[in-house]
Design a protein around this ligand. Structure first.
Ligand SMILES: Cc1cc2nc3c(=O)[nH]c(=O)nc-3n(C[C@H](O)[C@H](O)[C@H](O)COP(=O)(O)O)c2cc1C
Length: 206
């Protein structure tokens, strides 16, 4: 049975990115009635930051870890288990200060684990994700795609694509709802276009 990992990172109840991910996940559930959905909102359930002790624990042989080190890695282990169980990832990511929200980055830092989700080889790094596909929904106050003069400011989509590729997920669709702070008309039109893109993706998957 397939497993979908749904990670949101907006704390806002009327979040645009959360609305988009929910639409996709609802359609996926209909298409995969016996599938499993794992839900996380990393903005509502803060994820710990990496510390020196955490780094030391990660680079200690698992068999030699102390009870304290195992405890320290519990959250990371859970998040990694969820990540590795997934056949598909659905990520909701607002643009904050041209990048991803800090809680989303904290989730990435807990999930990106040497020996578990990636490894180094003689020919470079290798991602160990089972999922080969991710759907990413973003929401942005401004506009960075197509002929935007601000496209170079976008540190969000390139970062997400890079880290997913590093973890072994090459097939990534990104749907943007842009112009959310550029007037009600622009915002509504961008939401409608993004919702239509989600509908196209879910139809294609059926
Ligand atoms: C802390 C914060 C930082 C933001 N930074 C940016 C930014 O750098 N560029 C941008 O276009 N919009 C920015 N915005 C606007 C959000 O991207 C926009 O409101 C979006 O709809 C948020 O996603 P959500 O609706 O899923 O919460 C920012 C909003 C907040 C709250």
């Amino acid at each position: 049975m397939p497993t979908l990992l749904h990670v949101d990172s907006s704390p806002r109840a009327d979040s645009v990115s959360r609305d988009l991910t929910q639409r996709y996940v609802a359609a996926w559930k209909k298409q995969n009635p016996s599938g499993t959905v794992i839900e996380r909102n990393v903005a509502l359930e803060p994820i710990p930051f990496v510390t020196e002790s955490w780094i030391h624990a990660v680079y200690t042989d698992p068999a030699a870890r102390t009870p304290e080190q195992r405890k320290l890695l519990e959250v990371s282990d859970t998040l990694v288990d969820e990540f590795l169980a997934a056949d598909i990832l659905v990520l909701g990511v607002p643009m904050w200060n041209f990048g991803v929200p800090a809680p989303f980055k904290a989730w990435i830092d807990q999930v990106t684990r040497v020996g578990r989700t990636f490894q180094y080889t003689e020919s470079g790094s290798k991602g160990l994700a089972k999922a080969k596909r991710a759907i990413v929904m973003t929401a942005r106050g401004g506009w960075y795609t197509q002929d935007s003069p601000y496209s170079a400011f976008d540190q969000q989509e390139p970062y997400i694509r890079t880290i997913l590729a590093f973890l072994g997920i090459p097939n990534v669709d990104v749907i943007h709802a842009e112009k959310q702070n550029m007037g009600a008309e622009n915002a509504a039109a961008a939401c409608k276009a993004a919702q239509e893109s989600v509908a196209v993706l879910t139809t294609a998957a059926a």
